[in-house]
Design a protein around this ligand. Structure first.
Ligand code: SAH
Length: 270
């Protein structure tokens, strides 16, 4: 049954997995929700106190989960759909909007809002310094929802254009060869010594961060809790520095020392 005045659906990202990396707005929305939809593990991870009903779900049925959440909201609930990291990065926000696109007349009474979170690539970058300091892109290696040849073309184009590349969903039990093949494609454009940052369970118990070279990546032992940053041609490792200040990508590009700007103009300041 759809009520005339429906409730709300908020799609939130809890960040990588600790309360102090979850935006206050997101924590407040979880605390006051009537229904929480998403992985129980994420809710337990972030540890927000809530009396909401939980509807844990399998990670592979995103469309059903989105429709279920919209139905609960149409009945008047204050429903929160929980993603890890940012909900717009390989996560539930587009699954929800896709349902609205598919059924234009359903759920008209639901107020939809998306609240951002810290995505895995940003969280890992912060652990080593500033590897995302210049142009970068984000590619998922999962070929569950897109064909592998599209992934290879994107890797090739991004590496050819000298982006720093963040790799999500690098490998899993069902996808054992994809990371090795991705490294082969990247290696056409990048030196074997290119810095690579491998992060597992960032912001969670048991966090691991390693700085490697591209030639070591295929055997690095990544899994679905791992995110990877592959440097561009200008990404540098500072030897002998603490891990937290060890990798950066300079903001200049293609300018030899002496010709780099000393003052940063307004439009380029962060
Ligand atoms: N919405 C999430 C990404 C979901 S895709 C975000 O914005 O971060 C799932 C992939 O994200 C994982 O396979 C892994 O590559 C990466 N990931 C998410 N959280 C992570 C964490 N805490 N540590 C390392 N990798 C993580």
């Amino acid at each position: 049954m759809t009520a005339e005045h429906g409730g709300s659906l908020t799609v939130v990202g809890i960040g990588p997995g600790r309360l102090d990396w979850c935006l206050p707005d997101v924590a407040a929305r979880i605390a006051s929700a009537t229904d929480l939809v998403g992985y129980r593990r994420y809710l337990d991870l972030v540890g927000v106190e809530t009396t909401a009903r939980r509807h844990p779900s399998n990670n592979r049925v995103e469309a059903d989960r989105a429709a279920f959440a919209l139905d609960r909201a149409a009945e008047g609930g204050q429903v929160v759909v929980v993603s890890s990291g940012d909900p717009g990065v390989f996560a539930m926000a587009s699954a929800v909007v896709e349902q609205l696109d598919r059924w234009p007349d359903r759920w008209r009474n639901v107020r939809l809002e998306v609240l951002p979170g810290v995505t895995a690539a940003q969280a890992l970058a912060s652990r080593v310094g500033a590897p995302l300091g210049h142009d970068f892109c984000v590619i998922s290696l999962s070929d569950v929802l897109k064909p592998w040849d599209v992934i290879e073309r994107r890797l090739d184009a991004a590496a050819g254009a000298d982006f720093v590349i963040a790799l999500y969903n690098p490998t899993s039990r069902h996808r054992p060869w994809q990371l090795g093949r991705a490294v082969e494609v990247l290696a056409v454009h990048r030196e074997p010594t290119t810095p690579v940052v491998v992060g597992r369970d960032i912001g969670r118990d048991g966090e691991e961060v390693r700085v490697l070279r591209l030639e070591e990546l295929a055997e690095a032992g990544a899994d679905m809790r791992t995110v990877i940053l592959v440097g561009s041609s200008t990404t540098r490792v500072l030897e002998g520095r603490p891990l937290g200040a060890s990798v950066y990508t300079p903001r200049w590009y293609g300018l030899p020392e002496g010709q780099r700007p000393t003052a940063v103009s307004n439009h380029a300041t962060a």
